[in-house]
Design a binder for this molecule. Structure first.
Ligand SMILES: [Zn+2]
Length: 303
């Protein structure tokens, strides 16, 4: 049986799993990654993970990395939250250490691949995927494939939606991420409520909005308007069959979906809206499954 090692590399954890060619996880482990911020420690941990699964005949390894990747070379430009990885040749290093083919992509692309192959977008060939968290990760599936470019395409979070907007983590101003990122939502809520300290989690604003609190409702209304306008642009460009929303902030999906859809439908060109679905991501282990499927599809592109 052909199996693949999928690695979901997050800021605080590493999840790894043995996945068969149908995308089913056969074995899974989770490590804390806080001690693996340094590249040598990370590489030796990945070697250990491979040894843990030595009873399986692994064909290739896929990794979803939390940063800006040169997909062609399999190197890391930089990781926004982890210093010291600039221009690190991860694919070359790991291929040598593991003696296996290794494929790397950014985490949003990996999540999107898993969702269109095995999750909420199963069977779809054109999909927009967003990870709504601290930032806004994005991916586009077109003609059944991830649009990955040579370096790092599909940075949807850095589309400008306000020319007079605030500074963004990317160095630009007014990106959609500055309107949908969880920290920005918390800060907006804090200001509206004139609080000294913002709540620690977006879920709190979700719960308060559900309970009818005015300020919390305003936060979600503005979020929906900006995201809806942005998505309308994406719909006009890519004509997706489905939009899939994942990440922590998508926990409030039921709350913001009605207004988001209204704004999206009012703004997008109507022929593009035919049959369009807007759904929440479905898979719990999209990072592991997507990374393994990436390895499979890169190794056997004509299968
Ligand atoms: Zn930006």
């Amino acid at each position: 049986m052909k199996v693949f090692l999928g690695i979901d590399w997050g800021g605080t954890y590493i999840k790894a799993g043995i996945v068969n060619s149908n995308g089913k996880i056969l074995k899974r482990i989770v490590y804390s990654s806080s001690s693996l911020r340094e590249s040598r420690a990370f590489i030796s941990e990945i070697k250990k993970i491979k040894d843990t699964f030595k009873n399986y005949h692994i064909k290739a390894v896929g990794i979803g990395a939390p940063g800006i990747i040169n997909v062609e070379r399999g190197s890391i430009y930089y990781l926004p939250n982890v210093p010291g990885w600039e221009n690190f040749p991860l694919k070359t290093t790991l291929t040598k250490e593991l003696k296996l083919p290794v494929f790397i992509d950014n985490d949003a692309n990996i999540f999107a691949l898993a969702e269109v192959r095995k999750g909420a977008g199963r069977g779809m060939t054109r999909a927009i995927f967003l990870t709504l968290g601290t930032g806004l990760g994005g991916a586009v599936i077109f003609d059944g494939k991830i649009i990955e470019g040579a370096t790092s395409a599909s940075e949807l979070g850095h589309v400008v939606i306000d020319v007079n907007g605030q500074k963004c983590g990317c160095g630009g101003y007014g990106c959609i991420e500055t309107f949908t990122g969880s920290n920005r939502l918390l800060e907006k809520y804090r200001k509206l409520k004139k609080m000294v300290k913002a709540p620690s989690e977006v879920k709190e604003i979700f719960d308060r909005a559900k309970a009818g609190e005015k300020e919390a409702i305003i936060v979600w209304q503005e979020f929906s308007k900006y995201l809806g306008k942005f998505l309308a642009g994406m719909v006009n460009i890519f004509n997706p069959q489905i939009i899939i929303l994942g990440g922590g902030v998508s926990g409030a999906f039921s709350l913001f979906k009605p207004l988001l859809l209204r704004v999206l439908k009012a703004q997008a060109m109507w022929p593009q809206l035919t049959g369009l679905k807007l759904v929440k991501a479905k898979l719990n282990d999209a990072g592991i499954i997507g990374a393994a499927l990436l390895a499979k599809e890169k190794l056997y592109p004509h299968a």
